[in-house]
Design a binder for this molecule. Structure first.
Ligand code: SF4
Length: 389
């Protein structure tokens, strides 16, 4: 059971903090790479893996960033060999995020042979002007080529990331992107509304009045996405995530859902390695320093580069777990929530549940509590009600 088990941790996230160019909207920790620093990072990452390997038996692995596909063949080989030596291979689901500009057949084949079985491709838009506007390094052509390369290398589980409510994006452009993206036939789709994070060029442009936000258009685009994804054979299982379901009936979560992210939303433990990565292990949250050189220095001296540690009180932790899990269409089955946190949702949060249900944002069913379509649109506000200090 989450948080109280002494079983090894079953989920591993690795942050690769390099990008060829910084996108206009991005607040993730990443920097443009120099060959020397990337090599040093790979050696340090392997050291960090060694420090936690005894407490890891990964069922899901996710290499995110940053741009993991920027690592070259030799660097990937080093990582794969180290993971084999440390007995970290064999995950049921292993995802690597790729930028369409950095996918080659050689690299795709190496990853597939090494055990990677899922690729998440950051597409964002299939409109050239918007790709430029976002500062993406890839063209629309590269998306189609890379997708074909991934299929050729044997990947039968591919996610495509898209963005909507981009400044300058009309409903017509959004529809075109959705139609073309769905025609690719991926197994998974993630669609996020642009967010304006401080310290990003896009935020500065917004502050300077270079464009206006149109909340009605953003809502209409979200609805369009729900309709198109459903017509394209996808099932929504989280606010922004859609997956195909290939076999079996009567299940709430489609079988091509990202199992790694489902573990996050269900409040499961995970190790996060690499600069800026967060871990959550048996109720304790730690965060690594978001500075690659400092991260490497710490690992070279034989210790993890942990900047902060926090242990939440059990009820606060349960509240967070409730909030995360409600992002999913399946909501929280009462029994599963109790198994994961030790608390009964109905006893600890009855007023909040009733209020959300009475305003049409949630449904209280015999065995679970879940948000409605309208509630999912405002999931952050709904989930906040469950947080406890
Ligand atoms: S590729 Fe991804 S991580 Fe890198 S700058 Fe762009 S959005 Fe951020």
């Amino acid at each position: 059971m989450t948080g109280r088990s002494t079983q090894p941790v079953a989920s591993l996230y690795v942050h690769v903090p390099f990008c060829a160019h910084k996108c206009e909207y991005c607040a993730f920790y990443s920097e443009t790479p120099s060959g020397e620093l990337v090599n040093r990072y790979v050696a340090s990452l392997i050291r960090e893996m060694q420090l936690v390997a005894n407490d890891l038996n990964p069922r899901t692995v996710f290499f995110g960033g940053g741009t993991p596909s920027l690592l070259n063949l030799r660097q990937w080989e080093q990582i794969l060999k180290a993971m084999e030596r440390l007995d970290l291979l064999g995950a049921a689901e292993w995802t690597v995020e790729c930028n369409p500009a950095t996918v080659s057949l050689d690299k795709a084949r190496l990853l597939r042979a090494g055990g990677v079985n899922r690729i998440s491709m950051g597409v964002q838009s299939l409109n050239e002007e918007l790709l430029d506007r976002l500062g993406r390094v890839h063209s629309r052509e590269m998306v189609f080529k890379s997708f074909a390369v991934l299929r050729q290398a044997g990947f039968d589980n591919v996610n495509i990331d898209l963005m909507f409510a981009i400044p300058g994006q009309s409903m017509e452009i959004w529809r075109e992107t959705l139609t073309e993206a769905l025609a690719l036939g991926s197994e998974h789709l993630s669609c996020y509304e642009v967010i304006y994070e401080e310290d990003t060029p896009l935020y500065a442009q917004l502050q300077a009045g270079q464009f206006n936000l149109d909340e009605d258009l953003a809502c209409a685009m979200y609805d369009e996405m729900l309709e198109s994804a459903a017509k394209g054979g996808f099932r929504q299982y989280e606010i922004a995530n859609f997956a195909r379901h290939l076999s079996g009936t009567g299940v709430e979560i489609p079988d091509r859902a990202c199992q790694h992210n489902v573990n996050y939303w269900r409040g499961g433990s995970f190790y996060g390695l690499g600069p800026g990565a967060t871990s959550y292990v048996r109720g304790a949250r730690t965060k690594n320093w978001a500075n690659t050189v400092f991260y490497c220095e710490q690992l070279e001296q034989g210790r993890r580069a942990i900047e902060s540690r926090e242990r939440l009180a059990p009820l606060a932790r349960a509240g967070e777990t409730a909030a995360f899990g409600l992002r999913m269409n399946a909501g929280w089955p009462f029994e599963e929530f109790q198994g994961a946190t030790g608390y009964d949702l109905r006893q600890e949060w009855p007023a909040e549940m009733n209020q959300l249900a009475s305003q049409g944002w949630a449904k209280i069913e015999a065995e679970r509590f879940r948000l409605t379509r309208q509630g999912l649109r405002f999931a952050d506000a709904a989930a906040e009600q469950f947080l406890r200090s």
